[in-house]
Design a protein around this ligand. Structure first.
Ligand code: ADP
Ligand code: MG
Length: 724
């Protein structure tokens, strides 16, 4: 009897559901209670200081020392009133998780007494020993200093008993070592470019914020079963496992009633999230068994991403209380759906106008079309960079496979808007009109309510959904900063170019609206190839995309080339979002992460096969041999043990295949390990090492079907996937 698996199964049967206490019946009573938000700032700060802080947050201007000093004492007073003892700078290094180093407020005083202190300096800047965070060669170890610097636009919050201060993380020489610093740069470039373009239509607009609503998919598995699967706890995904007889084929899980145990977990982490000001609104089952989704109401991007990072931490923490493990990996189980993180993106002005919402009047629609068409053009021009921004070893399982969405970046608009763009493309723009309005006939009427607003094409990586674009290609475990930095940067750059072209036409004597429409028409034509309304999973689309010249890069090492291409270098430099050194460092870090993760997976496969799978197969085979010998001893005819003999032989075939392939895989790994260049190494890991994973798995999964169930050591998919 395989004890680990059966003990785990026993444990699952004894689970009880912990009681979940909501702080108050009304969510509005406790929403944001653990956030040092504007309201609390106002309560704790002198009026003048409060005003100065607000102004600084709005404009992004630096905060003076004295004011920082006042804010830090206010934060400390508020935090201590809630039983907090420590503070930390909270940042997002390129490892993909969040980092923190806690310091106590406590300081010894001279007379053997102690005081609680939190100075302005400690709020504004810290110097964590940063030598072991990924830096892609930017800092050599003798120059290990990195700084974390306060980001006042994201409010401080209390996590556990610690006051957390959102910060950026930069090297001593000023290069970004995190996700937040480049994002803030891209958002500021976007604000400037979009505001300027807005002025064609509305001079009162002073600021444009990019907004983001992140849908987060995840799997849940019982903690005991998770712990009985070394592949799950070392790599986040099941490297072996035959499909369960029942999987997602009946589609009975999606939007079905949420299992009681899961609901308690959801309520628990939602309560905590709401106290942290994370506006969680939606929860439901997803397509695969044991797969779920939650989504907050959209927020300004920087905050939305901080909140998503925090939410992922929170989900993991709260899961322990419920004896669950949350799997954020993009593809924990072969054969059923993986998980993504849909990024719903739009642009919203300080006057509250959504620039991606079609308006009531034709004039408004020209404004909408301006931002709409520029976004399409930007994605068309930099599809390869957008692809690179979502590339990771785990996301390759989704993007390359026949599963949402494909590795080809295309844009879905829906029939109506497609028609609108087609009409503009073929229309004649009347330049002679005395009034601007005389040319409005060339802008087709956009229906108020887009009928296909809900008729979503789920196979598209980038879809327009009524008043926002939805980037669906982001992986469930990713930090959304990476694609959002790229998206905002490329659209901002495009808007700047658009403005230059329009201004040139105006200078030549065109009326403003005529000039705008002329340039839009040109863009519509140029970027036409990226628009696709059909089935993104189909082979026809792959063939058609190739004809159209769209790229289809299925694996990360090659997708990442776009990060350091000449075209990218140019846009990074023009927008100032990344220096060349930063881009190359990031490229290096991502390649390294790629092959290291495959290296770990390859090792786990080797170990599990050798120490866990093969011994189980051999044990069962030995039992069969004993049985055959016994039957023979009784003098029975050969046909009484023919089946057993056949199984014995099949077992041997699988055993031999697995053993020899693992050996070959180890040889390939050794060859890959000595390669110097990270790109070469990543490609070798992809093409030479990883290519053994599937064949080995196939034979292991065959053994799983063959071997006595009471001997099989690893929890099976049917046990992992159906929550009791
Ligand atoms: P879906 O039908 O795609 O599953 P959900 O309701 O689960 O939609 O999630 C949609 C997400 O998009 C939510 O986070 C929502 O707040 C967000 N959203 C809605 N409007 C906008 C907008 N204008 N800009 C950005 N995000 C938005
Ligand atoms: Mg969605």
């Amino acid at each position: 009897m395989s004890t680990i698996r059966f003990q785990a199964l026993q444990t699952v049967l004894t689970r009880t559901i912990p009681e979940v206490k909501q702080p108050s019946f009304k969510i509005s009573d406790f929403y944001g209670s653990n956030v040092f938000d504007k309201k609390k700032m106002q309560d704790y700060l002198p009026k003048e200081t409060f005003k100065a802080v607000l102004a600084s947050i709005e404009s992004g201007s630096p905060i003076s020392r004295e004011i920082a000093e006042q804010i830090s004492s206010a934060m400390k007073a508020w935090a201590m009133s809630k039983g907090v003892t420590h503070y930390t700078h909270w940042f997002q290094p390129l490892t993909g998780t969040t980092a923190e180093k806690h310091d106590s407020f406590f300081e010894p005083a001279s007379d053997g007494q102690a005081i609680e202190r939190f100075a302005g300096d400690a709020l504004v800047q810290q110097e964590p020993d940063a030598s072991s965070f990924p830096n892609g060669g930017i800092r050599s170890t003798f120059e290990a200093r990195g700084y974390t610097a306060w980001d006042p636009s994201s409010p401080a919050f209390i996590f556990g008993k610690t006051l957390c201060i959102p910060t950026v993380f930069v090297s001593y020489t000023g290069e970004a070592l995190d996700y937040k610093a480049p994002l803030l740069k891209a958002l500021s470039v976007m604000d400037k470019a979009a505001t300027e373009v807005c002025h064609y239509f509305d001079k009162s607009i002073e600021k444009v914020n990019a907004s983001l609503g992140i849908e987060q998919e995840y799997f849940l598995v019982d903690l005991a079963l998770f712990n009985a699967r070394p592949d799950l706890f070392l790599t986040g995904r099941a490297l072996f496992g035959h499909a369960s007889a029942k999987g997602q084929q009946l589609e009975d899980h999606y939007f079905g009633s949420i299992p009681e145990r899961v609901l308690a977990y959801m309520q628990d982490f939602e309560n905590e999230a709401l106290q942290l000001g994370i506006p969680l609104k939606t929860r439901h089952n997803e397509v695969a068994p044991s797969q779920f989704e939650c989504a907050p109401i959209y927020e300004e991007i920087n905050l939305a991403i901080d909140h998503n990072q925090l939410l992922m931490d929170l989900m993991e923490k709260v899961a322990k209380r419920h004896n669950f493990k949350v799997l954020l990996h993009e593809k924990p189980y072969a054969g059923i759906n993986g998980s993504g993180k849909h990024n719903n993106w739009s642009l919203i002005t300080n006057t509250g106008k959504n620039l991606l919402a079609p308006g009531k009047t034709p004039k408004n629609n020209l404004m909408f079309l301006t931002f709409f068409v520029n976004t399409i053009k930007a994605v068309y021009e930099h599809a390869d960079l957008l692809r690179a921004s979502i590339a990771s070893v785990s996301n390759d399982h989704r993007l390359g496979a026949n599963e949402a969405p494909p590795a080809i970046i295309s844009i879905f608009l829906g029939e109506q808007l497609n028609d609108v763009l087609d009409e503009i493309e073929t229309s004649r723009i009347s330049k002679k009109a005395k009034e601007d309005s005389a040319m409005w006939h060339s802008i087709p009427k956009i229906p108020q309510i887009l009928l296909d607003n809900t008729d979503r094409n789920r196979t598209s990586p980038f879809a327009f959904t009524g008043n926002k674009f939805e980037l669906r290609a982001v992986g469930s475990s990713a930090n959304s900063s990476s694609p959002m930095t790229v998206l905002n940067m490329i659209v901002a750059d495009q808007l700047t170019k658009f403005k230059a072209e329009v201004d040139k036409l105006i200078k030549k004597g065109d009326k403003k609206d005529v000039a705008i429409l002329t340039v839009l028409k040109k863009y519509i034509k140029e970027s036409k190839n990226i628009r696709f309304e059909g089935n993104g999973y189909s082979d026809e689309w792959a063939a058609e995309a190739e004809k159209r010249g769209l790229q289809n890069i299925k694996t990360t090492p090659k997708a990442l080339d776009a990060l350091v291409s000449e075209k990218t270098e140019k846009i990074f430099e023009e927008t100032g979002v990344f220096t060349k050194r930063e881009a190359h460092a990031r490229h290096e870090i991502l390649l390294e992460a790629y092959y290291k993760k495959l290296q770990i997976e390859a090792r786990v496969i080797g170990e599990l096969v050798t120490n866990v799978i093969l011994p189980a197969a051999v044990k069962y085979q030995t039992e069969l041999i004993t049985n055959v010998k016994g039957l023979k001893d009784l003098g029975l005819a050969k046909d009484t043990y023919a089946s057993q003999l056949e199984i014995i032989e099949r077992l041997s075939k699988h055993i031999n295949f697995i053993k020899s392939n693992v050996e070959q895989m180890v040889d390939e790994r050794k060859k890959a390990n000595v390669l110097e260049d990270s790109r070469d190494k990543a490609i070798a890991y992809d093409e030479k090492v990883k290519s053994y994973f599937e064949p080995i798995r196939y034979h292991v999964d065959k053994l799983e079907l063959l071997v006595d169930d009471t001997i099989w050591p690893l929890p099976k998919f049917r046990e992992l996937l159906f929550i009791k």
